[in-house]
Design a protein around this ligand. Structure first.
Ligand code: 13P
Ligand code: SF4
Length: 321
């Protein structure tokens, strides 16, 4: 078998690697979860592909011995919080997130202590420490519902994404105290290039993730989580869509609507894809998926007391449905 080799298979043809990963998955009773921002080859290998909420729910449902989470660190950590008895692996431990990194535990504790009467709503893109200090977690799919579930008049902290927070504030009309964090990928979408593109494609509809700043969302025909954007391009009668989020989602969108024209929103950065790519998500490769399954590492470990405290706020979100 290919996976019996002790050398990392960096030069193996993709077909061999895919077969080897599938063999390992079966032999070890492992499941592969992949976020929509993963490369197409990783998405094609995965048992479940989805947004943060769907993957958190899939992680909870899984009966496998091993969960290999192809996403970023906070997503795998969430899977571990929900599945303490399972081994949770990641292809690359360095796959972080600028939002999660914007809220270090000590600074977040001080912020929370400065607003003692506030309910703390934290976006799932945060560390286990921040989850443990939060009252309830949300994702971009349910942030509006989570905020609306808090009794009227109760003051609320929203962290760590100030753009998602500002969007939720506009939709719900609830004043929110915002943590000053951003997603480095969504804030880099170029409004000037986007306007030019919309000018060239007069019939195009713009769909945007709520991590984008307000001046981008103000131009959008639809704002929503990755799965909500996917649903919109499927259900809407339009033929052309400009997609303002990480370009990995285009793989699934193109599969769902091969007859429609899908254009990635342009980034300020002059990168090779002329689109938005999350550098952390893209650290994961087929080779790393293979070695993670073969060696059963890198593995997510969590202090049990911290896990139990983080689990409370996550559970509250999941119980909202
Ligand atoms: P979703 O919850 O829409 O999957 O978004 C996750 C994320 O990291 C967006 O940048
Ligand atoms: Fe984090 Fe932004 Fe990457 Fe999503 S796209 S994982 S929010 S850095």
């Amino acid at each position: 078998m290919f996976y019996a080799t002790s050398n990392p298979p960096t030069k193996a043809p993709a077909g061999d690697l895919i077969e080897a990963i599938q063999d390992l998955k079966q032999a070890k009773n492992a499941v592969i979860l992949a976020h929509y921002y993963q490369t197409p080859e990783i998405q094609m290998l995965a048992d479940h592909v989805g947004d943060s909420l769907a993957l958190a729910q899939a992680a909870e449902r899984e009966g496998s011995d091993i969960i290999l989470f192809c996403g970023v660190h906070f997503m795998a950590e969430t899977a571990k919080i929900l599945n303490p008895t399972r081994k949770v692996l990641v292809p690359d431990m360095a796959a972080g997130c600028s939002l999660a990194d914007s809220a270090p535990a000590d600074k977040f504790r001080a912020f929370r202590e400065a607003h003692p009467d506030h309910t703390v709503v934290s976006y799932i893109n945060c560390s286990a420490e921040v989850k443990a200090m939060s009252d309830i977690i949300c994702t971009s799919s349910n942030a509006v519902r989570v905020v609306n579930s808090i009794p009227a008049g109760k003051p609320i902290i929203f962290a760590p994404d100030k753009h998602l927070g500002a969007y939720v504030q506009r939709v719900t009309g609830r004043p929110l105290v915002l943590w000053d964090g951003v997603c480095e990928v969504h804030v880099d979408i170029s409004a000037d290039k986007l306007k030019l593109l919309l000018g060239k494609h007069a019939d195009a509809k713009l769909v945007a993730h709520p991590e984008c700043p307000e001046h981008i969302l103000a131009m959008a025909d639809h704002v929503g989580s990755t799965s909500s954007l996917l649903r919109f391009v499927q259900d809407d009668p339009g033929d052309t869509f400009i997609v303002a989020t990480e370009a990995g989602i285009l793989h699934n969108m193109r599969k769902a609507v091969p007859h429609k024209q899908l254009i990635a929103a342009p980034a300020n950065a002059n990168n090779t894809c002329a689109c938005s790519e999350c550098p952390y998500m893209k650290l994961n490769t087929l080779e790393k998926v293979y070695t993670a399954l073969r060696d059963e590492r890198p593995e997510i470990h969590l202090d049990e007391d911290l896990r139990v405290r983080a689990h409370r706020s996550l559970r509250r979100m999941l119980e909202l449905g």
